[in-house]
Ligand binder design. Structure first.
Ligand code: NAD
Ligand code: ZN
Length: 379
């Protein structure tokens, strides 16, 4: 089958690899018809992880079941399914507790498993014609009959819609509250959208990419361009000096700023300053453990400068981590199916798998207009 494989820093290629197949009775194989490129793929693409050459990337997948193992009962050949990026077993302590993002079976001793990801198990990704899905009865979200026509909406259930939603839940957002979101990438835009859907009174989105800020504005958010002045000052002004009730970190580790100007303050410290005392901060941006290439000694050790003193004095709370996609997925699927939410507004490019290498380069460079790429391997 054809698949997009990691070769080395900023080098990916579409190659012929061994077909994905049923390896255990609980597996299914899915023909992938839609698979996104994610900001999380860039941590690997930019060469800041130890992912091995030859691994198939891609953790935001949707398609049709073409084969099931003898132990699969609920999922059938021909089903249209979306695959949460977390690979859970369904029966460990964390899966039972609603946190399959920290499954203890699929990546023992570590922080959960995912398709095509460094440090998250040996699983290949779905930027390929076929994908092996372990524990298929647990990990497949069955889609309604209109799945084929609405793939660009439902594919967002694999990661960024639930992840954006999770950021608002980690922050503890309540209807009528204000929220500031750092990052207008796909995740930040989905956090802003989720806040709008949940009845936030004011949603502010910080970034400096004009096209992404424009998209944020089209959702009903107030765009905050931090190339025009510190985000903290702008957010305090927008909230009459009180600060936002909640904050969402949707940036994570950024290797480089294609706009050239580095920010003077980290997103976490900005959020501590922008969120009111006793407010909540949800962090879904991924901070890769170590950055060997950085000239900052702390970053090389995987540590951050954090203004813990202000955080403590303001009595804020902060929650973090990989989104437990399944916790939200049925409800978000219903919002899409009933026409109450349409996350496909993010899709800027729909491309065949063969174009994946150039799409990675454009997305990584934040080229204007490259918001979210959906690849169509088996269209
Ligand atoms: P992205 O890289 O496309 O978007 C990041 C955006 O942040 C860019 O638009 C960039 O201009 C902006 N930015 C950079 N520095 C900033 C700053 N200091 N303040 C405000 N904005 C700034 O990526 P994405 O796909 O939107 O993903 C965002 C993060 O979320 C990544 O770290 C990704 O790994 C992570 N993620 C986490 C989960 C999870 O489960 N926790 C799931 C998916 C993605
Ligand atoms: Zn993703």
């Amino acid at each position: 089958m054809k698949a997009l494989v990691y070769k080395g820093p900023r080098e990916v290629a579409v190659e012929d690899v061994k077909d994905a197949s049923v390896e255990k009775p609980t597996d299914a194989v899915v023909k992938v018809t839609a698979t996104n490129i994610c900001g999380s793929d860039l941590h690997m693409y930019e060469g800041r992880t130890d992912i091995e050459s030859g691994r198939v990337l891609g953790h935001e997948n949707l398609g049709v079941v073409v084969e099931t193992g003898s132990g699969v009962q609920r999922i059938k050949k021909g089903d249209w399914v979306c695959l949460p990026f977390n690979i859970g077993c369904g029966f460990c302590r964390n899966c039972e507790g609603g946190m399959p993002s920290y499954c203890l079976t699929t990546n023992p001793g570590s922080a959960g498993a995912a398709y095509g990801f460094a440090d998250m198990g040996p699983y290949h990704g779905g930027q390929a014609e076929l994908l092996r899905v372990p524990f298929a009865d647990f990990n497949c979200l069955r889609l309604p009959e209109d799945a084929e026509e609405r793939q660009n909406e439902y594919v967002m259930l694999s990661d960024i819609f639930p992840t954006g939603w999770h950021a608002t839940r980690l922050a503890g957002l309540l209807p009528g509250e204000s929220v500031v979101v750092h990052g207008a990438g796909p995740v930040g835009l989905m956090a802003a959208y989720s806040a709008v859907v949940q009845g936030a009174s004011k949603v502010m989105v910080v970034d400096r990419q004009p096209d992404r800020l424009k998209l944020a504005e089209s959702l009903g958010a107030v765009p905050v361009d931090d190339s025009k002045g510190p985000a903290v000052d702008q957010v305090l002004e927008l909230t009459d000096g009180r600060g936002a009730d909640r904050g969402c970190e949707c940036v994570g580790y950024q290797a480089h700023d294609p706009q050239g100007e580095e920010r003077p303050e980290s997103t976490l410290n900005s959020l501590v300053a922008e969120v009111r005392a006793t407010g909540g901060i949800g962090v879904v941006g991924v901070f890769v453990p170590e950055d060997p290439g950085s000239d900052d000694e702390l970053a090389r050790e995987g540590k951050l400068r954090f203004d813990y003193g202000s955080f403590w004095f303001k009595g804020q709370r902060m929650a973090t981590g990989q989104a437990p996609v399944k916790q939200y997925n049925r409800r978000l699927r219903s919002l899409i199916a009933e026409g109450r939410a349409d996350p496909s507004f993010l899709v800027s490019h729909e491309l065949p798998l063969a174009n994946a290498p150039e799409a990675y380069a454009h997305f990584d460079d934040r080229d204007q207009g490259w918001t979210k790429v959906v690849l169509k391997p088996a269209a």
